[in-house]
Design a binder for this molecule. Structure first.
Ligand code: ZN
Length: 452
């Protein structure tokens, strides 16, 4: 735990606003960004009225160059405090000494704040009254804008099993083909209908299907956008489906499952490599006579080759369990996810729906109305950083990795996003000391800031 240290890295904390200024070039050492790869330019982001900087600081395209100075820049393995972060043509170009900046580069002093990669939430259903299960522009715009404002620059639109699942996936495909102002939708995460009813949690039991009933083909037709596909590996037909998912380049995940560790091991042979929200809707050790039978949980905590999620909202899991997962898996195999539903961003007591189910926000978390189960979180991913840091006690570099590079690796997107390493897309967040997002950059353009 390094709460004291991370507050003392930078002495100059003065200033509450980011100021724009130009600097004279102090010597002849140029900033040398990695050459942009052919065809790797980020998609143009549409202008978005109401967001700051769109007119004063439009540095998309090939000529925009920007230096962020006086920040605590969080890399996967360290924090840099004495170098400027250079952004060029929508990409991270690298670090430079502030005295070495060219005269034509725009300089922004971030006044000692944190600079992290944009957060990546691979399991999130919705926010502000809407879910991705609604094939509707208004819903998706509201969800992705709220996420972006908070500091999440990429997400997987996550679907719970509903009767109109393929409509939602078709809408997701269309959405991804166009440019939008909110958080980038990187693909879809399916909490599939192939779950164990005994572990349904908040899912609609009437939508549960058998993996071998032929219904999976209609879902596999969306292999181009599906990134993660969750199922219960102990059910008939599940292993064949895991194999098919693996062959299609989709990450098979275990969840809403009563599997023993032996089922998980067999599924790993077929390609299983991820586990959905630890401790939520999954089996743990049981006794059969004198014999202890480990469940999905123990398999996830001990088997090499699996990655896993925790819902770090400080409601689903007490600190001891989050710490146990972190100690077992480490920050490169364990990621935090919001599993947020429509209640995120709504006040206490708000009712919301997903498919045919109705839930409410109760004590800061989503709940089914009979209080037998949580129903997703009411917390978006950036709001989980203070939990990882202050409740679980994870150092800044590792906590940031658990919401950026690790989820990017899990979904195979780490070559493009997930860290501030040269060549990657310039998706980043300027956070204040309390890790509330102050400014958000997507593809080299400022797109949002909060608190004003
Ligand atoms: Zn979920």
């Amino acid at each position: 735990m390094s709460w004291a240290n991370r507050r003392s890295d930078v002495s100059d904390m003065a200033g509450s606003r980011i100021g724009l200024r130009s600097r004279l070039r102090m010597n002849s050492q140029p900033v040398t960004p990695k050459p942009a790869e052919a065809g790797s330019a980020p998609p143009a982001q549409p202008a978005s009225a109401g967001f700051p900087y769109q007119t004063s600081n439009s540095f998309g395209g090939s000529c925009g160059r920007l230096a962020l100075t006086n920040g605590r820049v969080v890399f996967p393995d360290r924090i840099s405090t004495d170098r400027a972060l250079i952004i060029e043509a929508g990409r991270i170009a690298g670090l430079a000494h502030p005295a070495d900046l060219d005269t034509d580069i725009e300089v922004i002093d971030v006044a000692g704040r944190w600079i992290t990669p944009g957060l990546i939430d691979i399991h999130t259903h919705g926010a502000v009254g809407h879910t991705f299960n609604e094939p509707d522009r208004v819903a998706w715009t509201a969800i992705t804008r709220e996420n972006l404002r908070r500091g999440t620059t990429g997400l997987l639109a996550t679907f719970a099993p509903t009767p109109d699942l393929t409509d939602g996936l078709a809408f997701c495909r269309e959405w991804m083909r166009a440019d939008h102002a909110g958080t980038q939708v990187l693909g879809a995460y399916l909490e599939s209908p192939y779950v164990n009813v005994a572990q349904k949690g908040a899912l609609d039991a009437s939508c549960v299907r058998a993996a071998d009933d032929g219904s999976a083909a209609a879902l596999l037709a969306f292999a181009d956008i599906l990134r993660v596909f969750m199922l219960a590996p102990e059910l008939p037909g599940a292993l064949d489906l895991v194999q098919a998912l693996n062959d299609a380049g989709i990450v098979p995940a275990a969840g809403h499952s009563s599997a023993h560790d032996t089922h998980v091991a067999a599924a790993m042979q077929a390609g299983l490599r991820h586990v959905t929200h630890l401790w939520s809707a999954m089996s743990t050790v049981v006794r059969e006579g004198p014999w202890r039978k480990p469940g999905v949980l123990e398999a996830a905590l001990t088997f090499d080759g699996l990655t896993a999620e925790i819902i770090a909202d400080n409601r689903h899991l007490p600190a001891t369990l989050m710490r146990l997962a972190y100690k077992c898996l480490g920050p490169d195999r364990l990621c935090a996810v919001s599993d947020a539903l429509a209640g995120a961003g709504l006040p206490e007591g708000s009712l919301y729906t997903m498919g045919g189910m109705t839930y409410d926000v109760h004590d800061g978390v989503g709940m089914v109305l009979d209080r037998t189960s949580f129903a997703g979180s009411a917390t978006l991913l950036p709001q989980m950083l203070p939990v990882l840091l202050d409740v679980v006690g994870i150092p800044v570099v590792e906590a940031v990795r658990m919401v950026t590079l690790t989820p990017a690796r899990i979904i195979g997107a780490a070559a493009e996003i997930g860290s501030l390493e040269p060549g990657k897309r310039a998706d980043l967040v300027v956070f204040d000391d309390a890790f509330a997002a102050q400014h958000v950059m997507l593809g080299g353009k400022w797109v949002s800031r909060t608190g004003e």
